[in-house]
Design a protein around this ligand. Structure first.
Ligand SMILES: NC(=O)c1ccc[n+]([C@@H]2O[C@H](COP(=O)([O-])OP(=O)(O)OC[C@H]3O[C@@H](n4cnc5c(N)ncnc54)[C@H](O)[C@@H]3O)[C@@H](O)[C@H]2O)c1
Length: 292
């Protein structure tokens, strides 16, 4: 981060904001985490600590490195805490109006040179940037979930993203220890364009009674070589977010493969959102983003 003169700000302390904050503090980058909800902000900071504790327990991190990483994390209840940031990454709700409003508001707090990053999964970076006073500073960096573990970041320029902003996003991706791929501003970029129809096909196979959750997961892991089965991944992402992402892509592409199958609605109605509620396609001992 040598050429970023300030900490990274992360707006939204949910699944992705928390994961991005963990990634940044582990990469040695001071990070300010904020959220509209104080409860969510506290839960997000707790999730960062829980993840780092688990990393120590698994022998992936020393206790000293955990303490140093935690020291790099600050929480801020308002956007004033982002005033010194060189980069602000938004990971708030997947809603274009909310993201536009956020960038408009941030423009009043942060400096003119600040890199404004959206982690949108399905929305147009060009449309989100339209809310910013300086759309040339806005770029998409689509992290994959779970962000601390998945190496890929899809870097997406909007129509008004400057070459400097694009280059800064690539440097930031490298500083975070991730691998960048450059994608056009298109619905779902590459990962979700491929993943969402595949996950929906797996859910439809389950609805038809083709095989159990565990056997479909095993088939995908051991037959296709994927590191995680689709139902394990869906429980990690959250069924509510899967539904929102599927519907957003369905509406943009008018392709029925993106329509969320009815089982998704039933599971959401039953509170079976995945790891975060302790129940999803699988049962978990404790509810939480990184629950077991
Ligand atoms: N979960 C995933 O698998 C995944 C993967 C890649 C990208 N994304 C994208 O990341 C973004 C966040 O997704 P998530 O799963 O972390 O959502 P989430 O619901 O877990 O977290 C969103 C957080 O943002 C906060 N928030 C909402 N509006 C806000 C505002 N105006 N200002 C500050 N905080 C606000 C909420 O209180 C909540 O804590 C979405 O755009 C989503 O599409 C998600």
């Amino acid at each position: 981060m040598a050429d970023f003169a300030g900490p990274v700000g992360v707006v939204g302390a949910g699944t992705m904001g928390t994961g991005i904050a963990i990634t940044a503090v582990r990469a040695g980058i001071p990070t300010v985490l904020t959220d509209v909800s104080e409860t969510q902000l506290r839960a997000g900071a707790d999730s960062v600590a829980a993840f780092l504790n688990k990393s120590v327990a698994r022998g992936k991190l020393t206790a000293q490195d955990r303490a140093a990483a935690l020291d790099r994390l600050t929480t801020a209840p308002t956007f004033d805490g982002l005033a010194d940031c060189a980069v602000v990454i938004e990971a708030i709700a997947e809603d274009v109006a909310a993201k536009q409003e956020l960038f408009a508001t941030l423009g009043k707090t942060v400096g003119d040179e600040v890199l404004l990053v959206t982690n949108t999964s399905t929305l147009s970076v060009t449309a989100i940037a339209a809310g910013a006073a300086r759309p040339e500073n806005v770029v998409g960096m689509h992290f994959c979930n779970p962000a601390p573990l998945m190496p890929l970041v899809e870097v997406v320029d909007g129509m008004r993203t400057s070459a400097e902003t694009h280059a800064a996003a690539l440097r930031l991706t490298a500083a975070l220890g991730k691998t960048a791929v450059v994608i056009k501003d298109t619905p779902g970029f590459i990962v979700n364009r491929l993943l969402i129809p595949f996950e929906n096909d797996c859910i439809r196979a389950l609805e038809r009674g083709v095989a159990t959750v565990a056997d479909i997961d095993r088939a995908v892991r051991f037959g296709l070589g994927y590191p995680m089965g689709p139902f394990t991944l869906l429980d990690t992402v959250g069924l509510d977010l899967h539904r929102a992402v599927s519907l957003s892509l369905y509406h943009q592409l008018r392709d029925p493969r993106f329509a969320p199958p009815p089982l998704v609605d039933r599971m959401i109605a039953a509170g079976r959102l995945g790891r975060k509620t302790g129940h999803g396609f699988y049962e978990y001992e404790s509810a939480g983003l990184f629950g077991t």
